[in-house]
Design a protein around this ligand. Structure first.
Ligand code: M6R
Length: 609
């Protein structure tokens, strides 16, 4: 989704802004732009549709120079990707602004501003923001005051970076509903949508809270909370190095992140197990009390994180006996759901900023305990939850989630074990599960080093338009995730079904042009999955089956291609089986020549509805 960078310094900030934009490319965008206040105290701006490289090329031709500036990558919401819709937006050559989020009452504001003589040059909701600020700047003569008054007129979500020609060396930053961090340098300050943009210039960050407004100059930083009081916000040191977001030897971030999974899974376990038991405090100081008292679990998430939640429901209900619902946040937030007493709401999110998940959490108010499984420690979801478990996957740059997913699963496995301890899950079973969890990194390494067969299978998918994925039990959500991965990065339409549902409709689709990808582990459902595969084969379908190496699939014949996977327990299977499906989608996408790391139309962090 959109990315913001801004800087106030003594030096020319254009290279810093440009590098920041490059580092935010992973969020997904379709145009980019930079505006700086030049040494003659005028605003200079360059905007381009397409990649940040196009902007960089233009800056070679028309270099910008200035020590105060803002920059942006735009993911179109209101108005097509075009130069005139790209940010920064400028009003009367006086104020320049970048914006993430959506100003929902933009039509009303636009009508009022047009009546007041403001001229519009874009179709965006954002342009009303820059006009409103310029309007108040004319009245008050002070940029901080102008932003403070303007945001009171906005409904919706925003993170803003604003500079004004008459106040060079000053930038106002504010957020409500969209994330924004301040990077603290030596005699210089920066703003960005996330820390990765600023790692080459600082590792010291302040995470603005909802409604904060920051008044930033080279000499000072003053932050006001939403009530207008001056507040001190803690400076946090990031342990990420500037090359934490580098691709290294890999052709794509996605491939790098797939290969990082063994290490990441080890990191999830690190320090959270003692004498074969999950330490409750890994989730926060009050976790034991909550786990003891809870009567029901409600999981809320979106996309891949939702699939992790679906797996967890199988684990939680089957192993701990605690009732568990799972729902996509975009539905949950609007349907007035019933929450029983003593419910634990679990949100799952890589970014911790997903607008729907955050809104669903906020809608719950104080009616439940809130636990968040997340990869970004300073994110809004983490800050607004009572209990948390960090997945420690490190920055995930590929839009398609891979290591974020497997580490979420491992985190949910720890949650299941911690709750199970309070629910009579016997110690022997708990220890066996933990023992098996420690084996996972090695088993996944084995799959990663034997990917040739998966690559060969990918050839068969290069020219197809549709595919079906099937699985049963905990592998049904893995089939869903496999289909999502294929759709996202190869643009092949793929649907996933519980294998037993095929004959209730989808089997009508089966013919020799529609391949099926199936997953089967040794979980007691294998014979049933085999029967479902037979039904597909009998109708001329071709099947690509990832199956436990201990299962005999020879009777399925030549139209069922089988790739054996390491024998793992039923509990561990989802964490292992998603890996070959990730690789499979990756290889198909490579053959199709798509933009693997930044697939069309997608954003990494979905911070608007
Ligand atoms: O940051 P989140 O985990 O909350 O994001 C939710 C989804 O947008 C995300 O999982 C998305 O589906 C994946 N990038 C797909 O690979």
């Amino acid at each position: 989704m959109c990315g913001i960078v801004g800087a106030v310094a003594e030096r020319n900030v254009t290279p810093i802004l440009l590098e920041g934009l490059r580092r935010l490319e992973y969020r997904g965008y379709d145009s980019a732009g930079i505006a700086v206040i030049n040494p003659d105290t005028c605003l200079d701006r360059v905007r381009r549709v397409g990649k940040v490289q196009a902007l960089a090329d233009s800056l070679q031709q028309t270099p910008l120079k200035g020590s105060t500036g803002v920059a942006h990558t735009r993911w179109a919401t209101h108005g097509e990707p075009s130069e005139s819709n790209a940010h920064p937006h400028i009003c009367n050559q006086q104020v320049a602004l970048v914006h993430n989020g959506i100003i929902e009452n933009h039509t009303e504001l636009r009508n009022a501003q047009q009546a007041n003589g403001f001229h519009f040059t874009s179709e965006t909701d954002t342009e009303v923001a820059v006009h409103q600020i310029e309007y108040y700047l004319n009245q008050t003569g002070d940029l901080l005051e102008a932003v403070r008054l303007a945001v009171k007129d906005f409904d919706g979500a925003y993170a803003l970076g604003v500079v004004a020609v008459k106040q060079p060396g000053r930038m106002i930053a504010t957020r409500s509903g969209s994330p924004l961090v301040i990077g603290v340098g030596i005699g210089e300050y920066f703003i960005a949508s996330d820390v990765t943009a600023l790692l080459p210039v600082t590792r010291r960050f302040i995470f603005l809270e909802e409604g904060d407004i920051a008044d930033i100059t080279t000499e000072s930083l003053t932050i006001y909370d939403k009530a207008g009081n001056v507040v001190e916000r803690e400076i946090k040191e990031s342990n990420l190095s500037a090359d934490a977001t580098a691709k290294g030897e890999y052709r794509h971030y996605m491939l790098k992140e797939i290969h990082e999974q063994p290490l990441c899974l080890t990191d999830v376990l690190e320090g959270r197990i003692h004498e074969g038991e999950v330490i409750d405090n890994s989730f926060g100081p009050k976790a034991s009390e909550v786990f003891e008292r809870l009567k029901q679990i409600q999981i809320i998430a979106c996309g891949t994180s939702y699939h992790a939640g679906l797996v967890a429901r199988y684990w939680l209900e089957a192993i701990t006996g605690v009732p568990c619902n799972v729902e996509v946040a975009s539905e949950y937030r609007y349907r007035n759901p019933v929450l029983l007493d003593d419910t634990l709401v679990v949100t799952i999110s890589q970014s911790g900023e997903t607008a729907d998940t955050l809104a669903a959490l906020r809608g719950i108010g104080d009616r439940a305990w809130k636990l968040c499984i997340c990869n970004v420690p300073e994110s809004s979801l983490v800050r607004e939850s009572h209990l948390t478990l960090m997945t420690r996957a490190g920055p995930e740059i590929g839009v398609a989630s891979t290591k974020a997913f497997t580490t979420q699963l491992m985190g949910l496995m720890l949650l299941m074990l911690a709750i199970g301890k309070h629910r009579g899950l016997d110690a022997e079973r708990r220890h066996a599960i933990i023992e098996a969890a420690y084996q996972l990194p090695g088993q996944i390494e084995n799959i990663l080093s034997a990917s040739d067969q998966i690559e060969q299978w990918a050839d068969a998918f290069t020219d197809i338009d549709n595919a079906i994925f099937i699985g049963r039990g905990t592998l049904f959500p893995i089939a869903l995730e496999g289909a999502l991965k294929l759709k996202e990065i190869s643009y092949i339409h793929a649907d996933a079904y519980p294998a037993g549902e095929l004959k209730h409709g989808p089997i009508a689709l089966i013919d020799s042009d529609l391949p099926t990808v199936a997953v089967a582990c040794n979980d007691g459902h294998q014979e049933k999955v085999k029967s479902n595969i037979q039904e597909i084969l009998a109708r001329g379908g071709e099947v690509y089956l990832f199956a436990d190496e201990s299962l005999d699939m020879s009777e399925l014949g030549d139209n069922c291609h089988v790739m054996p996977l390491p024998s793992v327990s039923a509990e561990m299977a989802p964490i292992v089986y998603c890996v070959p499906l990730q690789l499979f989608s990756y290889f198909v996408a490579i053959r199709k020549g798509t933009d693997v790391d930044q697939p069309r139309n997608l954003a990494k962090s979905v911070t608007v509805e």
